[in-house]
Structure formats: structure tokens, C-alpha cells
Design a protein around this ligand. Structure first.
Ligand code: ATP
Ligand code: MG
Ligand code: MG
Ligand code: MG
Length: 439
């Protein structure tokens, strides 16, 4: 992509309404534009990162054996009356009437709808286990939408639902979700800690939230610092191996880690003092087991091996896809701008031409562009007729992991400069060497 043809409406001024770094940076980097309170347009750069996050989520879900589908944003009220949640959900639910006077709602979550899909087609244990998921916009009429995409009213969520014959099988699904979530966040360059949480209005017995530590997080968290050393890295995970899944779950859930809702001072006191941490965190996901809470009222039954009809055991599992942009930026930025982890970066490398219109510089930039693309990576070439300082400031703000700078003096010596956004270190080398170094 060439910047002269792109749409990157970078702001010079820091927007006054933004209270936290990620919100400020997303506005300044031209990633989002507020449409109404808590509702955003995704401008091209923001959309690219959102799509990258979705891609990682999809890949990890499919790797775990979960099956994608897509349910609508608008739902009829009737299903929610069957589950008893239409009245119980409260003010966060946006209720709408169509022209026939039928009551509809903009889905805040999809337990009812997925259970209806399940009961329409599945009636035997032989079709289990089954986990269906989608990535779809949700609407929750939050009392205080704030911090940009972090607490929006319209937001993108991955929500998945497992259907299993009994408690034991549903726990395997729980572990599978925990492990696939750990992998998902790691691939985004994030440390998200599973913490024992409270089930809230979705209701349930077993639940963990995944939290990214950040001063600006809305949750208060308490944890044993030993949990920070845990990494899946390139461990081979076999999603059909229930024992391995359980052992990974227990590895992550043994060190103390709880949100304020479930925090217990007495248990926390047993953690060695030097490892006791209190901090704030951003909730980027949550997994729940809730048993037959929806399958019973909605009649989602299957025949078991003895031919008896039993309600399926379910759980639901969510990832805050749009919130993740804010969380990643909170965890990875400096005073110049965003620092994207390689896994989600909108472009892999920025090319800065210091002398636009100079035949040798222009040719070298075009050559770099072609070589980067040939590697399957995406460059953003700043080919505008702008001062070097302005070009560098834009690249620093939008946070691409690498920058290749091309100037007349270097080119005369056959060299360009490769700069790491994270360390700020620059090195002179040939075009080929620079391209080889890119991830
Ligand atoms: P919160 O406690 O922040 O209100 P929640 O517990 O109500 O979130 P869940 O029902 O667990 O949310 O939804 C799954 C995920 O969706 C959350 O972990 C979070 O990452 C994301 N999410 C929830 N509400 C919002 C929102 N208003 N804006 C952006 N993302 C959200
Ligand atoms: Mg909420
Ligand atoms: Mg919550
Ligand atoms: Mg939650």
C-alpha cells in the first residue's frame, strides 16, 4: 500500500475526550471515529488490525475443533421469554419494535439463539461433543461507554457455545476453551491471565476471566506473580487429549489469581508475601460452564446411550475482539505511539522515502516494496512529498514493527536503514539484508 493512495486520517492534536492512551492513540492514528456514544466506525487502519485479531481467533478456534457459523445481530424477544431472560436482562439490552409491533432486540449475547439452533437439529449423544461459535457484533447499552473500543456499546465479540452429554464432557470443553484462549492471546503478544471470576447475569458455576494487566483496567485483580512465568510458547497441544488439556488448565489455575469479586484474603495470605500482587486488569475474555441452565427451559435434549432424553450440558465462551485492540495498545505503546506485536500489526513494515522524486530513492523504495510483498508481507510505503520528521512521526504513531528508511546518501553507498519500532535501534544494510530480517 502507498500512503498517498491510502486513507489514514492521522490527527495532530490529542483529542480531549480520550482519557487513556489506547483511546487517544486509536483516534490519533486514524483507526476509529466515534459515530455515537460507544459506537465507532472502523477506519482502514483500525479495520486491518480488527481483521488480524479475528483471523487469529478463528484459526485457534478451528484448531481446537470448534465450528464457525453466523447468527444475526437482531433477535426476536420470544426465545428470551422462554429462557426467562427477556425481563431479567435489564437496561443493558437494546429493545426494538419492528413495523408489525413485534418485539426484537439487538443481541447482547447468543445463548438462547444457539440453543434454539441446537434443539432444532440435534437429538442424539452421537452428535456430541459439539462447539459452535461466531464472531459477531453485540450491543449492550452500557451505562458509561468509555475508553473508546474498550467499553463500547456496539462491539465485536467471539462467542462460542459447547454442547456435551454430561458434566465430565463439558469440563473437557471448558479446558479446551481455556487452552485455546491462552494460545490466542499469546499469538497476539499478550499476557492474559485466567482468573477465577463471578458468573454474573449469564449464570454458572465454573468460570474464569482472562485479564490483561494494565493500570487503566476496570477490574481489581489479585494474583501470585508465579503465574506470569507460565507460557505455552510452542508446546504441542493435542485437543483430543483430555488429560493434557486438564493438566494445562491446572497449571494455569493453581497459582492464586482472582478478580475482586471472588478474592479471598485468607487464601491469598497463603501465597508467599514477595509473590503477592494487587493490580488492575482489562477483561479480554471469559469462559463459563453453566450446565443445563438454558437447555432445560428451552428443551435442548438428547438421547443418551440408554435412550433416555437428557438436557445437554452447556458452556459459553467469549473473547472481546474489538476490546482487544485497546488492551494490546495499553500493553504496548510509548510516548510516540503504538507498538504493534508482529501477530496483529496492520502492515509489517513501513518504507520511508526521504527524497521523494529522486530517481534512485524512488526506484529503491519500489524494489523494497516488491521484495517485501514477494515474502508474503505487507509494506506501507510513505511516498508522500513530506518532511522526514513528519514521515517518521506518522510511522512511530501507527506503530509498525519495522521501518526501512531510504535516503540519497545511503542509496549511493548501496545501503538503507532498518529500524525496530520496539527498541528504536537502527542499522545500515543492503536492501536484501533488510528484507531478510523482517519476520
Ligand atoms: P465487562 O465486565 O467488561 O462488562 P462482561 O463480563 O459483561 O464484560 P462478557 O459477557 O463476559 O462481558 O463478554 C465476553 C467479552 O466481551 C468480555 O470478556 C469482554 O472482553 C468483551 N466485552 C464485554 N462488554 C464489552 C463492551 N461493552 N465493549 C467491548 N467489549 C466488551
Ligand atoms: Mg458487562
Ligand atoms: Mg465482566
Ligand atoms: Mg465477562
Amino acid at each position: 500500500m502507498r500512503l498517498s493512495r491510502y486513507f489514514l486520517p492521522v490527527l495532530k492534536e490529542t483529542p480531549a475526550e480520550a482519557q487513556i492512551a489506547s483511546h487517544r492513540l486509536m483516534l490519533r492514528a486514524g483507526m476509529i471515529k466515534q459515530a455515537s456514544a460507544g459506537i465507532y466506525s472502523w477506519l482502514p487502519l483500525g479495520l486491518k488490525v480488527l481483521r488480524n485479531i479475528e483471523r487469529i481467533v478463528n484459526e485457534e478456534q478451528e484448531r481446537a475443533g470448534h465450528v464457525p457459523l453466523l447468527m444475526p445481530t437482531l433477535q426476536g424477544a420470544d426465545l428470551w421469554r422462554e429462557s426467562g431472560r427477556y425481563d431479567a436482562y435489564g437496561e443493558e439490552m437494546l429493545r426494538i419494535k419492528d413495523r408489525q409491533g413485534r418485539e426484537m432486540l439487538y443481541g447482547p449475547t447468543n445463548e438462547e439463539m444457539i440453543t434454539d439452533i441446537f434443539r432444532s437439529y440435534v437429538s442424539s449423544y452421537k452428535d456430541l461433543p459439539l462447539t459452535l461459535y461466531h464472531i459477531q457484533w453485540k450491543f449492550r447499552d452500557e451505562m458509561r461507554p468509555r475508553f473508546g473500543v474498550m467499553r463500547g456499546r456496539e462491539f465485536l465479540m467471539k462467542d462460542g457455545y459447547n454442547f456435551d452429554l454430561d458434566y465430565e464432557a463439558a469440563m473437557v470443553a471448558y479446558d479446551r476453551h481455556m487452552v485455546s484462549y491462552l494460545r490466542t492471546y499469546e499469538r497476539m503478544g499478550l499476557q492474559a491471565i485466567p482468573m477465577r471470576a463471578d458468573s454474573g447475569p449469564i449464570g454458572g458455576e465454573d468460570t474464569h476471566e482472562f485479564l490483561v494487566l494494565a493500570e487503566t483496567g476496570e477490574s481489581e485483580v489479585f494474583y501470585d506473580s508465579a503465574i506470569l512465568d507460565l507460557k505455552l510458547a510452542d508446546r504441542a497441544v493435542d485437543y483430543d487429549d483430555a488429560a493434557q488439556l486438564a493438566s494445562i488448565r491446572s497449571e494455569w489455575t493453581t497459582p492464586y489469581a482472582r478478580t475482586d469479586e471472588t478474592h479471598d484474603e485468607g487464601v491469598f495470605a497463603e501465597v508467599p508475601e514477595e509473590r503477592r500482587r494487587t493490580s488492575r486488569g482489562i477483561e479480554v475474555g471469559q469462559i463459563f460452564y453453566f450446565g443445563t441452565k438454558y437447555s432445560e427451559p428451552l428443551g435442548a435434549m438428547v438421547a443418551n446411550e440408554k435412550g433416555e432424553r437428557v438436557p445437554v450440558h452447556m458452556g459459553s465462551h467469549g473473547i472481546g475482539v474489538s476490546r482487544l485492540l485497546g488492551a494490546i495498545i495499553e500493553a504496548s505503546h510509548d510516548d510516540k505511539g503504538i507498538i504493534w506485536p508482529e501477530g496483529v500489526t496492520p502492515f509489517h513494515v513501513g518504507i520511508v522515502n526521504l527524497r521523494q522524486g529522486d530517481a534512485a530513492c524512488d526506484a529503491a523504495c519500489a524494489e523494497i516494496e516488491a521484495q517485501v510483498a514477494a515474502k508474503g508481507l505487507e509494506p506501507l510505503y510513505d511516498d508522500r512529498d513530506e518532511r522526514a520528521g513528519a514521515k517518521f512521526a506518522t510511522m512511530d504513531l501507527i506503530g509498525l514493527p519495522w521501518r526501512i528508511t531510504v535516503g540519497p546518501r545511503g542509496i549511493a553507498a548501496g545501503k538503507v536503514e532498518l529500524t525496530s519500532r520496539r527498541t528504536g535501534e537502527s542499522e545500515e544494510m543492503t536492501v536484501e539484508e533488510a528484507v531478510t530480517r523482517l519476520a
